[in-house]
Design a protein around this ligand. Structure first.
Ligand SMILES: NC(=O)c1ccc[n+]([C@@H]2O[C@H](COP(=O)([O-])OP(=O)(O)OC[C@H]3O[C@@H](n4cnc5c(N)ncnc54)[C@H](O)[C@@H]3O)[C@@H](O)[C@H]2O)c1
Length: 354
């Protein structure tokens, strides 16, 4: 297997996965609408093939020279999915299934879909639903984001067969540095608050559970899935997580890691209800089936993140591009203005000029 198409490959996960694939000798083609720009590709721009396009209108010729597809595109969190549920469903479900059909048609057998452990969310405050869930646990997510991921999963799994090999990776909440940085993921948010404000804040006393995993480990999980024999992965769902942690414990660990790199912080807590998500999962299946085990602890990843931020910048913490929902809202507002003004600073053509 040589050339991998990463749909959404300029994103937080995709740009790290592209680096890891290149390092292992794969060729990488990226199809992305570049909602967040192409910062993620800044170290590898000249080594990847970039197709700027929307995943809802993919030209099948993109698949001509491709051996496998990883689909990381679409809206990637709850707030953006709730902001525009229609676009969310079009991208996360409809386009993801259409792309799989296109792959099957083109003879591209391996199709790995980026799903999410938020499918397992059961909220807080109910001891009956506080248990470790695995890939066989019945799920029925209702939120726009997790619901759209589950709908795609179901359709993709039905396509599994001799001529097509769909695989689902349900990832926990990801942490760690990427050249397309996100500060709207819990560990990264803690680091951003620590470096910019000197404190971190935990909501609801930090009671909620989260499965967590480093972004480089996630990239390794994708590569293990791409390399695996079809009979091990065809039509399978795998959870990808390193630790299940309560947010309160996570905050303590982040504080310790930051101390190692000379950053002293305070932990603050509130108990207001914010509709917090809570779930914990087993990641045994991927370990047993593919011998895949994440390596990067939260502490190591936090120390590395601080080092990378110090080295590369990314310390303009309030820049909206690091927060998917802020950025999408801003793009929409800007699009409305530009629809009227035509451009930002260029003078419009005089009436009558051709
Ligand atoms: N980051 C996490 O913690 C996490 C956890 C579980 C699952 N996931 C899933 O993993 C995938 C990647 O997440 P991420 O953190 O890299 O997100 P991201 O938002 O950084 O990246 C998504 C990429 O997809 C592109 N994209 C979005 N809509 C598109 C469209 N219509 N056409 C073409 N390109 C489009 C964006 O431009 C962006 O580069 C997503 O499917 C997300 O739902 C992420």
């Amino acid at each position: 297997m040589r050339k991998i198409l990463l749909v959404g490959g300029a994103g937080y996960v995709g740009s790290v996965l592209a680096e890891e694939l290149l390092e292992r000798g794969f060729a990488v083609k990226i199809l992305d609408r570049l909602y967040y720009g192409d910062d993620g590709l800044r170290e590898i721009h000249d080594r990847v093939e970039l197709v700027v396009s929307d995943m809802r209108v993919i030209d099948p010729s993109v698949l001509q020279d491709v051996d496998a597809v990883v689909n990381l595109g679409g809206l990637s969190n709850d707030p953006t999915a709730e902001y525009n549920p229609k676009a969310n469903y079009e991208m996360n479900t409809t386009a993801s299934v259409q792309l799989a059909e296109m792959c099957r048609e083109a003879g591209v057998q391996r199709y790995v879909f980026a799903s999410s452990c938020s499918i397992y969310d059961r909220g807080v405050g109910n001891d009956q639903s506080d248990f470790v869930q695995d890939e066989t646990t019945p799920v029925d997510p209702r939120a726009a984001y997790s619901g759209s991921k589950r709908a795609a999963e179901k359709a993709l799994l039905e396509m599994a067969g001799g001529d097509f090999c769909p695989v689902i990776l349900r990832k926990g909440t990801i942490y760690g540095f990427s050249h397309r940085m996100r500060y709207d993921l819990v560990v990264n948010t803690f680091v951003k608050f620590a470096l910019s404000q000197g404190y971190i804040n935990i909501h609801y006393g930090g009671e909620m559970w989260r499965p967590l995993v480093d972004v480089r480990d996630v990239a390794r999980a994708y590569i293990a899935t791409l390399r695996a024999d079809a009979e091990l992965v065809n039509g399978e769902i795998f959870n990808v997580s390193f630790h299940n942690m309560r947010i309160s414990e996570l905050a303590l660990r982040v504080r310790e890691a930051l101390r190692d790199v000379g950053v002293e912080i305070e932990i603050r807590s509130d108990y207001g209800y914010r509709g917090v998500r809570s779930y914990r999962v087993s990641a045994q299946k991927i370990q047993h089936t593919l011998n895949f085990r994440p390596k990067m602890t939260v502490e190591e990843s936090v120390r590395n993140m601080v080092e990378q931020i110090r080295q590369h910048g990314y310390d303009d913490f309030e820049n909206p591009k690091y927060y998917n929902i802020r950025w999408m809202r801003l793009l929409e507002e800007a699009a409305k203005v530009i629809a009227i003004t035509g451009s930002v600073f260029e003078a419009p053509a005089r009436q009558g000029d051709s």
